[in-house]
Design a protein around this ligand. Structure first.
Ligand code: ATP
Ligand code: MG
Length: 470
């Protein structure tokens, strides 16, 4: 591992600036890494968080190499504000620990250090090494890396990262960028390239395929043709990734603020099948596709508005039409409406659980959201009040509005509930005593049928209308 013996930060800083100035774009100073003047690319140390700057400064003052790395550098270069900061260093986790009083080592297999700086937590990782496709790295029979936990040099650390634009290192003290794989050029060209052979890199870690799709959608980049080519063929390898890890990645994807684009890209590359097997048929159905699209557009807007997004709502929406289909089948087979709804919900969630680890809590929330839907049809007596008391009522109501938006449910039902929620006690009582609305759906259904193309054998509105048993 490399160590610097430059005694003071000042000297090191001055020297680095000097080198960067002399060599400009092509100064090969860090063992094949090109050192660039960060200011020329619009990055200055003032743009990074105080905590990450302090962390790097401290490590450098102690004689280590330290850089901001990965997503933060990439985001800064495209003019976006990073959401968090990762630091890469040649100090070992124990050495990092000794530099910061408020820090702790996380993880057993591959240790990283969380450095607490005020309210900020900076993740510090020791340079990792593994030669891509190297014979020493242990893999499963498909080439998936089973271990990735050896320390390495700066150059090796860059080589084990996934995409060229994610292997850029910003030194905020010297205000330079170290670029080992032409990542800055790729950023300029808005191009996503893997480091090394794409097929090998996806086999080592199939999650990289999903990361590629997410990053391309998030940044508005194109995936380089070479990096795109193996996706379809290797998509089934996603099935070998532990389901909890897959869940993390899918949530990142759905909450990226570009979920609609992500899903479209996943679909066009055939990557969605291994994640959400049930989604495949839903997306082939025009009607349910419209619903899923509305749900994801709504989510993207919420992310942009910095509003919270719930995984239960998202997965509930993605799988809703599968529940409706199964429910319909069960009812047609003569099962009672309510028990068969629960049977359908369980079967859909079980099928999905094999691929993605939907936690029990999230699954419980999804069930709540789904099971409230038929009850929105019941707008008399005390039932609407009871519904307001249900946990997840608010999410279920948002879900109802989505169903209205996608033409699943008459707009009048959504309006009624919106009015009911806004109303005071007297108005609520009046709404509940007004003439039964039960007549209306039948008339509306007839009108809607003539207005919409006959691509649906049956209106979903009727599919969720059941007599309450409670
Ligand atoms: P974002 O935080 O916006 O999701 P990111 O690129 O920062 O994007 P992280 O998961 O925070 O993603 O990872 C930080 C860095 O670690 C990445 O930029 C990349 O260099 C590296 N990395 C992450 N996941 C992988 C992977 N599966 N294979 C190789 N390198 C990876
Ligand atoms: Mg990140």
């Amino acid at each position: 591992m490399m160590r610097s013996f430059t005694p003071s930060l000042i000297k090191r800083d001055t020297l680095k600036k000097f080198v960067a100035r002399i060599f400009g774009r092509s100064g090969k100073t860090r063992r094949n890494g090109v050192v660039l003047d960060a200011k020329k690319y619009g990055i200055r140390r003032e743009l990074i968080s105080a905590g990450s700057l302090r962390t790097v400064e401290t490590l450098q003052q102690r004689g280590y190499h330290a850089f901001i790395v990965g997503g933060a550098v990439r985001d800064l270069l495209v003019g976006e504000r990073p959401k968090d900061y990762d630091v890469a260093t040649d100090a070992t986790p124990d050495e990092v620990r000794q530099c910061f009083r408020r820090s702790r080592i996380i993880g057993r297999r591959f240790q990283i250090v969380h450095v607490m700086m005020g309210s900020e937590t900076v993740e510090v990782t020791t340079f990792r090494g593994h030669q891509s496709g190297g014979s020493k790295a242990p893999t499963d029979s498909h080439g998936r890396l089973l271990r990735d936990n050896v320390f390495g040099s700066h150059k090796e650390d860059a080589a084990r990262r996934d995409f060229t634009i994610n292997a850029l290192y910003f030194d905020p003290v010297a205000e330079t960028i170290v670029d080992f794989h032409d990542g800055v050029a790729d950023l300029k060209e808005k191009r996503l390239r893997t480091i090394g052979d794409p097929g090998t890199r996806y086999r080592e870690d199939p999650v990289r395929m999903l990361r590629g799709v997410r990053l391309a959608a998030k940044l508005g980049f194109s995936i380089d043709p070479d990096a795109r080519k193996p996706l379809r063929e290797l998509a089934p390898l996603i099935g070998n990734v532990p389901s909890a890890r897959l869940m993390d990645e899918v949530l990142k994807l759905l909450m990226s603020g570009r979920a609609v684009d992500c899903l479209e890209n996943l679909r066009s590359e055939g990557l969605h099948k291994a994640l959400l097997p049930l989604l495949d048929s839903s997306l082939d159905d025009l009607h349910s596709e419209r619903f899923i699209r509305a749900a994801l557009l709504n989510t993207d807007q919420r992310v942009r508005d910095k509003k919270p997004v719930s995984p239960a709502f998202l997965f509930g929406a993605l799988l809703w039409h599968e529940v409706l289909n199964e429910w319909e089948t069960l009812k047609n087979a003569g099962e009672a409406p309510f028990p068969s709804l629960f049977q359908a919900m369980n079967s859909v969630l079980e099928h999905q659980a094999g691929k993605l680890a939907i936690t029990r809590r999230v699954a419980g929330d999804i069930r709540d959201i789904w099971s409230i839907q038929p009850r929105f049809e019941q707008r008399s007596g005390k039932r609407p009040y009871a519904l307001l008391e249900r946990s997840r009522f608010r999410a279920a109501y948002d879900f109802l509005l989505l169903r209205v938006e996608s033409g699943d449910v008459p707009a009048e039902v959504g309006r009624w509930w919106t009015d009911f929620l806004d109303a005071d006690a007297a108005l609520r009582a009046e709404m509940l005593s007004s003439p039964p609305i039960a007549e209306r759906p039948r008339r509306r259904r007839r009108r809607r049928r003539s207005a919409t193309p006959s691509d649906r054998p049956e209106s979903a509105e009727s599919a969720v209308s059941v007599e309450s048993t409670d």
